[in-house]
Design a protein around this ligand. Structure first.
Ligand code: MN
Length: 214
C-alpha cells in the first residue's frame, strides 16, 4: 500500500461502485463541532488499497450540497457495515451535512478502548503503528478542508484515514473475541447512531448517562 490508488469525485460517488460488505469511511470537516462545522470530504475504502474521496460542495459555492444519492444510499444500506475510527463524530457530521443516519456501524476506537486496556493511546495513528506497523502522518489534519481545490498532501492524508481500517479491525476483532467482549462491542455499535443524535441535540456534555443533574 505504498502508493495508494486514490479516486477523487465531486458531489457524489459515481454510480455502480461496490465496496463489498464492509466499507471504511472517514470525514473531513471545517472543525470539531458537527453542528457548527460543515462536512467537506467523505473518504471511503473497501480495504483493497484503493480510496474514493467525495468532495461535498455547498450549493452556495456552486456545488450540489446534500444532493448525493449514491453516497446516501451506501450510508443507509442495511447490508453494508460502515467501519469508522471514532464513528460518533462522523455519524453526527454526516447527519448534519447530508441528513441521513449512517447505519449499521463499527468503530475501531471503541473496540480499542474495550480491549487495549493496557494503554490509553487509542488514536488512529497509535492503532496503525501498534496493530499494523504502519506510520501515518496527521500533519494535514488541521488544514482547510473547505478549500475548493484540495492539495495532493490533503488527498493523501484523507485517504490514509480509511486505507488501513479493515486491517486494524481484523486485529481488534480478534482481540474482542479473545477477551469475550465482542457482544459488548456490538451493543455499543448499535447505540452509536443515537449517540450522534444526542451530540447534535447538545447532549454531549453533561452526558445523560452521568450522575450529574446539571
Ligand atoms: Mn480524517
Amino acid at each position: 500500500m505504498n502508493s495508494p490508488n486514490i479516486h477523487f469525485h465531486r458531489h457524489d460517488l459515481p454510480p455502480g461502485i461496490s465496496f463489498g460488505p464492509m466499507v471504511a469511511i472517514d470525514t473531513e470537516t471545517m472543525g470539531l463541532d458537527p453542528r457548527r462545522d460543515r462536512l467537506c470530504l467523505v473518504q471511503l475504502s473497501a480495504g483493497d488499497g484503493t480510496a474514493h474521496l467525495v468532495q461535498i460542495i455547498p450549493v452556495a459555492l456552486g456545488g450540489k450540497g446534500a444532493d448525493c444519492p449514491n453516497l446516501k444510499a451506501l450510508l443507509t444500506d442495511p447490508a453494508v457495515t460502515k467501519l469508522f475510527h471514532f464513528a460518533r463524530f462522523d455519524i453526527a457530521a454526516l447527519y448534519n451535512g447530508l441528513g441521513v443516519v449512517t447505519a449499521p456501524v463499527i468503530c475501531t476506537k471503541i473496540a480499542s478502548k474495550l480491549v487495549r486496556t493496557y494503554t490509553d493511546r487509542h488514536g488512529l495513528k497509535d492503532l496503525c503503528r501498534d496493530l499494523a506497523g504502519i506510520e501515518i502522518s496527521k500533519q494535514q489534519q488541521t488544514s482547510d478542508w473547505g478549500a475548493p481545490d484540495l492539495t495532493p498532501e490533503q488527498l493523501n492524508y484523507a485517504a490514509s484515514d480509511v486505507l488501513y481500517l479493515h486491517l486494524i479491525w481484523e486485529k481488534l476483532s480478534a482481540l474482542l473475541l479473545r477477551e469475550s467482549r465482542m457482544n459488548l462491542a456490538t451493543e455499543c455499535y448499535k447505540f452509536l447512531p443515537a449517540r450522534g443524535q444526542l451530540d447534535l441535540l447538545g447532549y454531549e456534555e453533561p452526558d445523560i448517562f452521568s450522575h450529574s443533574s446539571a
